[in-house]
Design a protein around this ligand. Structure first.
Ligand code: PAF
Length: 282
């Protein structure tokens, strides 16, 4: 097991980063909200391969959750997460408090327009404003050379890429492949909420995406037909309630009228009370 140093204070993290920079070491950064799983581990491993130092952050960011969302019950287990970071060989685990991240009087936010109004943004008001604000703050503290994001949150990845480009940040954003369970379910900390019966129904999401991709590869380019196929599969399982199914351009996230290679099928589905997202690149 490696030595992962747990850092709680912003000033301490900044001092460490300052020294790492003086030593000329490259920093890879994996921002997370904790309850780490294989998806996060793949990001950490990627960072370890490409950088001298890997920093992981765990911060359940209150401002990216809506009023009726799961901020309070979001799974938290820092001891378990620290153990995972040690096993993977992460150098620093940064776990700031809410009080220090958003002290009384906090009033600055970062907004990416356009991209954030589509897909999940249409249903989760203020979500991406919360994400870009906290990621910006974390970038200012950790000053990474490279930052790693999972493609499961595809829209988030595109929004962060846009922010980094628009604000001239010297950070390379790296999107890493979705990690799935052997049966196809995309890994997510929220899978923990699923009952065994709901988990069976959640499998309909990846099944539907794989089926649509196959149909596209067999020559179907009509988005409405592919979307219908996906909806039929998901709706045939109990406990599922589709929020959206869209086929979009991989950069602009605009819906397509004719599907092409490289497009993204993105879905959000409630399984019981749990909102799950997934996507597939065609
Ligand atoms: O993807 C997540 O876990 C979060 O949205 C992130 C990027 C850590 C910001 O809170």
């Amino acid at each position: 097991m490696g030595q992962t140093k747990l850092i709680k204070s912003i000033s301490e993290m900044k001092e460490i980063v300052k020294d790492l920079k003086i030593e000329g070491l490259s920093i890879g950064f994996v921002p997370t909200m904790g309850y780490l799983h294989e998806g996060h581990i793949s990001l950490m491993e990627c960072s370890k391969r490409e950088n001298d130092i890997t920093i992981v952050s765990i911060f359940v960011n209150p401002i990216q959750f809506g009023k009726n969302e799961d901020f309070d019950k979001y799974p938290r287990d820092i001891e378990r997460d620290l153990k995972i970071c040690k096993e993977v060989g992460v150098n620093y685990l940064f776990n700031p408090s809410q009080k220090e991240m958003y002290p009384k009087g906090y009033s600055t936010f970062v907004i990416v327009e356009g991209l954030t109004e589509k897909l999940c943004g249409a249903f989760r008001e203020g979500h991406f404003r919360g994400v870009t604000t906290v990621v910006n703050k974390l970038f200012n503290i950790v000053k990474p050379d490279r930052a790693y994001f999972g493609k499961k949150d595809y829209q988030q990845l595109k929004v962060i890429e846009r922010m980094v480009k628009d604000l001239n940040m010297d950070i390379e954003i790296i999107g890493c492949p979705i990690v799935r369970e052997a049966d196809g379910l995309a890994l997510s900390s929220r899978n923990k909420y699923l009952s065994p019966e709901e988990r069976k129904s959640a499998l309909s999401i990846s099944k539907a995406l794989f089926k649509a991709k196959k149909k596209f590869e067999a020559g179907e380019t009509d988005p409405y037909k592919l979307i219908k196929l996906i909806k039929n599969v998901i709706n045939s399982y109990p406990y599922t309630r589709i929020q959206y199914v869209e086929i979009v351009d991989s950069e602009t996230l605009e819906p397509k009228t004719k599907v092409e290679k490289g497009d993204i099928i993105a879905v959000a589905v409630f399984v019981g009370d749990t909102r799950l997202i997934d996507n597939i690149e065609l």
